[in-house]
Design a protein. Structure first.
Length: 148
């Protein structure tokens, strides 16, 4: 029997597909994945935002966004536009291990609601988490004027 070296990964992948199982080296390669998005409220201080990001084999950058209405109240009661700001960014090394990202949000107004979401991208694409929200707690804060 004659054999030729085709490259270890290719041979393993062909063999694994023939046997019906993918080897560890054949795991997902593609756009990142964002899961486990949540916020931990810190009374009198703000919140810590969390997300788990899987880079799926590529160097991945992430950005964390915050939004809020400068006026709290019913729909159409605020003449000012919604504020959006990027509050953090970072990079995750290429590989398959997921990384938990945590971002502290401070200088929020008690009794105001803030929206947040994570965006992650690599050479295979960009994804955005579902938008979440938290309401700041603490003393003070005039319902009607929200700042950061």
């Amino acid at each position: 029997m004659r054999t030729r070296q085709l490259g270890g990964s290719l041979v393993v992948l062909i063999l694994a597909v023939a046997l019906g199982a993918a080897p560890a080296s054949a795991r997902i390669i593609g756009p990142p994945e964002i899961t486990e998005v949540s916020a931990t409220i810190i009374p009198e201080n703000g919140a810590t935002l969390h997300a788990t990001i899987a880079p799926h084999g590529h160097v991945t950058t992430y950005h964390v966004w915050l939004s809020y209405s400068p006026c709290q109240g019913g729909a159409g009661e605020c003449p000012k536009p919604i504020k959006k700001e990027e509050i953090a960014s970072g990079k995750i090394a290429a590989g398959r291990a997921s990384k938990t990202v945590q971002v502290n949000v401070r200088n929020v107004t008690p009794n105001c609601t803030y929206g947040y979401w994570f965006v992650a991208g690599n050479s295979s694409g960009t994804v955005e988490s579902e938008h979440q929200g938290f309401t700041a707690v603490g003393e003070g804060g005039t319902l009607g004027e929200c700042t950061r």
